[in-house]
Design a protein around this ligand. Structure first.
Ligand code: COI
Length: 374
């Protein structure tokens, strides 16, 4: 039987005026809604104590295992409001599936797909007024003027909440999902970003946790991200751990190349690359744009040479948060190279527009990815 996610309503929700001000300029990851979904797992009782409760801090014992050994995973997906006011998720089953794989890799319990989806749908229903583009109760006016790309970002996560310092899989685990109204991930909006190819740091190695969405991978990326910033770049690109010669992914996004002969190439999944949902959606869309999708190893030098010769015409990053973000300049130890004209390429723009049009209900959902919540 599925877990129930009944609502224990927040007695002190934000005022409509506060919410309107936040939705007018949400940024990314700055504000949180009035509720969160929670559930507890223990080795003795399995999953239990599930509910949608008021958003608020956890009280953690200083010995809580996640604080010491980082036994933790998370997901990222969005709720989109369509023009008729309805609210939808996009391929949330893929997130449920990856959450389960991440859990297995981190020796955490698997949350069944029905419970993962149930926790999200109950939260989105409770906090429907926070999905950008809606109307305030009793008002015909939109709650806020949106750019057409705002959404409610959903962050399911699970962590070892047992207070115990022995190194072993925790016997008590907490699951939660929080929600945050979101605009573009990058503060400067949708503009080509600059990438630093790091040969100092790697993100993941064969047999490691690179394919899991665990906090540790992101912690490991931060010093490389700082290195990128020192070189005036927005994001870091990681190469493989063994040779520093093969492209893997950015700090929190996958990467794609477009070639002169209409190939759409992304590094193949090696076990150290995260299997992005957006990455997968783009592979599916490719043929509709006359592009041949290719998953293979891509050499760092091959990329630099291809940009120099014009063989590689466009480059972009992709992820739930970043959607499709064009890359304008690549910097590396040996110098820098501009991607095409440095502006957003035609194919990048077309793929981006199509993906968003499907997610926001402006184009036909030919692959059946949308799932209605409200
Ligand atoms: C996402 O795209 O949802 C991510 O998880 C990337 C980042 C915000 C951590």
């Amino acid at each position: 039987m599925s877990l129930p996610f009944d609502l224990r309503a927040n007695p002190k929700p934000r005022s409509a005026a506060d919410r309107r001000a936040i939705l007018a300029e949400p940024g990314f990851g700055l504000y949180f809604t009035d509720h969160m979904s929670v559930a507890t797992w223990t080795s003795a009782d399995g999953w239990h104590d599930s509910a949608v409760v008021p958003y608020g801090p956890f009280q953690l014992d200083p010995a809580t295992a996640v604080l010491h050994y980082a036994q933790e995973i998370f997901e990222g997906l969005k709720a989109y409001r369509h023009a008729d006011g309805s609210v939808w998720l996009f391929r949330p089953e893929k997130n449920a599936d990856r959450f389960a794989r991440s859990a297995t890799r981190l020796a955490l319990p698997v949350l069944p797909e029905a419970d993962f989806l149930g926790s999200i749908e109950a939260l989105v229903s409770a906090d429907a007024a926070w999905v950008p583009g809606g109307t305030e109760p009793g008002s015909p006016e939109p709650a806020a003027v949106t750019t057409g790309e705002q959404s409610l970002y959903l962050r399911p996560f699970m962590f070892a909440s047992e207070a115990f310092l022995g190194v072993r899989a925790a016997h008590r685990v907490t699951y939660a999902c929080i929600a945050s109204p979101a605009g573009p991930y990058f503060a400067k909006g949708v503009h080509p970003i600059t990438i630093w190819i790091s040969t100092t740091y790697t993100r993941a190695a064969p047999g490691g946790t690179g394919a899991a969405k665990c906090g540790g991978n992101y912690a490991a990326s931060l010093v490389a991200q700082a290195e990128a910033a020192e070189h005036g770049c927005d994001q870091v690109m990681f190469a493989d751990a063994a040779e520093h010669a093969w492209l893997e992914e950015l700090g929190g996004m996958n990467v794609y190349l477009v070639t002169r002969d209409n190939e759409l190439i992304t590094p193949e999944l090696t076990g150290s690359i995260l299997e992005g949902v957006t990455r997968d959606s783009i592979l599916t869309l490719a043929r509709e744009f006359g592009l041949t999708p290719v998953e293979r190893r891509v050499g760092v030098q091959e990329l630099l040479d291809g940009l120099g010769s014009g063989q590689v015409t466009e480059l972009f990053a992709c992820g739930t948060a970043a959607v499709i973000t064009p890359i304008g300049v690549i910097k590396h130890e040996g110098g820098e190279v501009t991607v095409g004209s440095g502006e957003t390429g035609e194919t990048t723009a077309a793929l981006r527009k199509n993906l968003l049009d499907v997610q926001y209900g402006r184009a036909e959902d030919t692959h059946g990815g949308l799932r209605r919540v409200l």
